[in-house]
Design a protein around this ligand. Structure first.
Ligand code: PLP
Ligand code: MN
Length: 377
């Protein structure tokens, strides 16, 4: 039997100039003025310190936004995964650090293919098995010349990836030096466990301790004859402290661009919540309770529940596609009303959507695609 593909006669295709009131929902919308102010705040402060900013693009997964950050002064970008690096490279954005170790035959095969067409890509390693695996992959692919720019990933307290400082770091660095396929250019140590520490003084103090592990290791490697020129670290919650440490050369903040309620609750409102999920009230379930069209497939809940941008309403999850808003004192919501929801965790929420609708004063000015959406490999 032949299957006939029926196409919609009126495809939904909002254009620049559309008011956000005319967008279908749920839609991911960005307030451009707030986003630009976040960029300005971070770059105007950090760049004066002489540090390089390599923003983490796992947050936006968007090439257009990566280019905006470079225009603001960024040096390339970080990606979390190899498949994200493939997407960015294919669109001509090539100055990339993959911040997660590349492990396993399949992944290494993809890395070698990527490196053949993007010699600017940087990787991290944290084990002998990982180093050997990449060497094998390069050998099997018959690579004759060139080395992959490599950073040693160091555990500075997060206990996620990273080798231990001291002997282990020295041993692995020597292995990289002996390798015909890898060139050691630096160290990475990400203090992810400190990003959301609420007390600023405690966050600062613990960050400086982590930075001391990182910069001392970089020094020890230099004394052992390695040309360590990159010392990379930091996120939205700690970058301001990392840049004060002599020896740190680069920071990797990502979430500052849009923020989320989790980050706001932890580090305050220096950066604004510039991204919201626009939703519609589709049913009334009581005098002070409505159902909106945004549930688990529009807003993630790993870091708590999203918040309505207008104060006074409490959000609840009603499954994949629905959520509730209830209130006691706020103005009544009615069927057809629209609300903006602030995500609780920005990175996985963005990964649920295809496009950003960026508006100024309610008029869509730019539309960006979430190019690396779903790229988790
Ligand atoms: N660097 C690494 C290695 C990360 O994993 C992350 C986020 O998880 C970041 C930087 C960016 O951190 P943030 O989004 O908190 O700014
Ligand atoms: Mn995150």
């Amino acid at each position: 039997m032949k299957i006939q593909v029926v196409r919609a006669t009126m495809p939904y295709n909002p254009k620049i100039g559309t008011p956000i009131t005319a967008l279908d929902t749920p839609s991911m919308v960005v307030d451009l003025s707030l986003m630009e102010s976040n960029i300005d705040k971070l770059f105007s402060h950090l760049l004066t310190t002489g540090i390089r900013i390599r923003p983490h693009l796992k947050t936006t997964k968007s090439v257009a936004l990566a280019r905006k950050l470079v225009a603001a002064g960024a040096t390339g970008g970080c990606v979390a995964k190899l498949s994200e690096a493939e997407v960015f490279t294919d669109q001509g954005f090539t100055d990339l650090l993959i911040t997660t170790v590349v492990v396993g035959k399949v992944k290494v095969g993809r890395l070698v293919e990527l490196w053949k067409r993007n010699r600017e890509v940087r990787i991290v390693v944290d084990s002998e098995a990982g180093i050997r695996g990449i060497e094998e992959g390069m050998k099997e692919a018959g690579v004759q010349e060139g080395k992959i720019m490599t950073l040693l990933d160091l555990d500075v307290g997060l206990h996620r990836t990273g080798c231990q400082p001291g002997e282990e770091a020295l041993r692995l660095a020597r292995l990289v030096r002996q390798s015909g396929y890898l060139e050691l250019i630096g160290v990475q140590g990400y203090e992810g466990h400190l990003q959301h520490v609420h007390s600023k003084s405690e966050r600062r103090e613990r960050c400086l301790e982590a930075m001391s592990i990182l910069t001392k290791t970089a020094e020890a490697l230099r004394e052992d004859g390695h040309a360590i020129r990159v010392v990379t670290t930091g996120g939205t919650g700690t970058a301001e402290f990392c840049v004060t440490v002599p020896g740190v050369t680069e920071v990797q903040p990502g979430s500052f661009l849009f923020m989320d309620t989790d980050y706001r609750n932890a580090v305050g409102t220096h950066y604004s919540n510039s991204l919201t999920i626009l939703a519609t009230v589709i049913s009334k379930q009581g005098p002070k309770c409505v159902t909106i069209d945004a549930g688990l497939k529009s807003l993630t809940t790993d870091s708590g529940l999203a918040e309505c941008k207008t104060p006074g309403y409490t959000y609840g999850v009603l499954g994949d596609e629905h959520g509730s808003l209830s209130w006691t004192d706020a103005p009544d919501l009615e069927i057809g009303d629209r609300v903006e929801m602030i995500p609780s965790h920005i990175d996985p929420t963005i990964n649920l959507h295809d496009s950003y609708y960026a508006h100024r004063d309610g008029i869509v000015e730019e539309i960006w695609s979430v190019d690396a959406r779903g790229k988790v490999q």
